[in-house]
Design a protein around this ligand. Structure first.
Ligand SMILES: Cc1cc2nc3c(=O)[nH]c(=O)nc-3n(C[C@H](O)[C@H](O)[C@H](O)COP(=O)(O)OP(=O)(O)OC[C@H]3O[C@@H](n4cnc5c(N)ncnc54)[C@H](O)[C@@H]3O)c2cc1C
Length: 421
């Protein structure tokens, strides 16, 4: 019962909401069965249990997937500027999705507050940092489009950005004061703890091995038990293991890694991110940085650490730390881990309707804390009301992608090449 999420994952060492639950060893009946205990599944479980549905969630380990490994940036919206979203799925559907996800940080931080989830939440904002003049033009465009849609943002110049970050590396930045950072695993485990306190059954060490329609509902089999349910949610995103009766979700899997330094001394920390904003940059091979609650500096980038290129990525991270904050040259790295991101071809998340009262959700394309929390809640509410119009995006019955494994390898190859420089 004490499975590790990944070796040397900082969040696992520092989450104070750690949760250890038994496996399913019997046949049970429930209203809603949820496969996958990340933000989507746990938020759905919390909402369903709060609304009186008997709810069962199963996973290998709560927070085992992206939810236990990510950077912890609680952002509004998707990666893409809002006009691009509207261009891809139409103005009405795009505006609905943009509006829903613009409110996602409120949902996350309100949930944390309401249920006292202990995940070191810091709503001091985020900085999207321009790594070049072109990056600055991109931020100006985002600023315009987002402001026109009511977002309260500030476009900071080079000097203001330097004061916020303590680094002269950037051409400017886009500041969102409503966003912030969390311990991502702690938040996920906290959602599970709350769902459980509202009477949801949550089983760990329990993977779904098959699903099948059964008596107008669903039968989910696990290695040592089974679950009969009226409703089904598959929330396995980039970590889906094979489930009989279900076609695997189609997306491109992209690895993203992070390293965390030892805690910075009071001298070292003085000028670095004094307000603790979470940061990422505009480079196409993007990188991120933030502090954790103990003032460790965490740097991340695209790449796979269980791979021959691991040394290239960690050497890049050390050079990046030195380039951003020369005073931290040679600071020891104490943690390193990685995770998989489910990218769809158009970077828009998908809700697949699998049949009667059953959905599968995936493809947040790198931004899933707000979206996962929102989609999970919305799906439970829609299953309860029978009204799909409250979903942030229309469900589809089929989704295909071609060449996803080649695309994933090419992205990784490109990142490795850029980390060599
Ligand atoms: C390194 C990294 C950095 C990221 N940074 C950010 C960030 O800063 N901000 C942000 O908003 N998003 C970020 N993301 C994206 C975000 O983490 C994900 O979009 C989000 O966690 C997805 O949540 P989820 O609940 O849908 O899926 P997951 O958290 O991946 O959960 C899926 C779960 O399903 C379980 N599962 C799979 N198969 C089965 C089965 N057969 N039976 C039972 N359970 C099963 C898995 O064990 C897993 O726990 C990042 C992702 C990564 C990997």
């Amino acid at each position: 019962m004490s499975q590790k999420i990944t070796l040397n994952n900082l969040w696992q060492e520092t989450s104070v909401e750690a949760i250890f639950l038994d496996g399913l060893k019997e046949e049970i009946t429930t209203d809603l069965v949820i496969i996958g205990g990340g933000y989507t599944g746990c938020s759905a479980a919390l909402t369903a249990a709060k609304n009186g549905l008997s709810t069962t969630l199963i996973d290998h380990k709560v927070g085992y997937g992206g939810s236990g490994r990510n950077v912890g940036l609680v952002n509004a919206g998707l990666w893409m500027p809002p006009e691009k979203v509207e261009g891809l799925i139409g103005v009405n559907a795009g505006s609905k999705l943009n509006e829903a996800l613009a409110s996602a940080p409120d949902l996350v931080f309100d949930t944390i507050k309401q249920y006292d989830i202990k995940c070191h939440s810091n709503r001091m904002g985020t900085l999207h940092c321009a790594h070049s003049q072109k990056g600055l033009s991109d931020l100006q465009l985002r600023f315009k489009q987002l402001s026109e849609r009511g977002a309260e943002l500030e476009l900071l110049d080079k000097h203001q950005t330097q004061q916020r970050i303590g680094s002269s590396n950037f051409f400017g930045s886009l500041y969102n004061k409503h966003a912030g950072t969390i311990n991502p695993l702690g938040y996920c485990q906290g959602l599970a703890r709350v769902a459980k306190s509202l009477s949801a059954n949550i089983y760990e060490s329990t993977l779904a091995t098959s699903i099948q329609p059964f008596n107008k509902g669903w039968l989910v089999r696990t290695p040592k038990g089974s679950i009969k349910a009226k409703m089904l949610l598959i929330a396995t995103n980039a970590y889906q293991t094979p489930i009989g009766g279900l076609s695997p979700s189609k997306y491109t899997s992209v690895k993203y890694f992070q390293v965390a330094t030892k805690a910075l001394s009071s001298n070292e920390i003085q000028t670095i991110l004094p307000n603790g904003e979470g940061c990422w940059d505009t480079a196409s091979v993007m990188s991120s940085f933030r502090l954790d609650n103990d003032n460790r500096l965490i740097i991340g980038g695209i790449g796979n650490l269980s791979h021959n290129a691991s040394k290239i990525h960690t050497s890049w991270a050390k050079r990046k730390i030195k380039a951003l904050f020369p005073q931290l040259n040679n600071i020891p790295i104490e943690y390193s881990w990685h995770g998989r991101i489910a990218m769809t071809a158009d970077h828009i998340p998908k809700i697949l309707k699998l049949g009667n009262n059953a959905y599968s959700v995936f493809g947040y394309s790198g931004r899933g804390i707000g979206p996962g929390t929102y989609f999970g809640k919305a799906i439970s509410e829609s299953l309860i009301s029978g009204d799909e119009s409250s979903l942030p995006i229309n469900p589809i019955s089929h989704y295909e992608e071609s060449f996803s494994s080649i695309k994933g390898s090419l992205i990784e190859l490109g990142a490795t090449a850029s980390h060599l420089l």
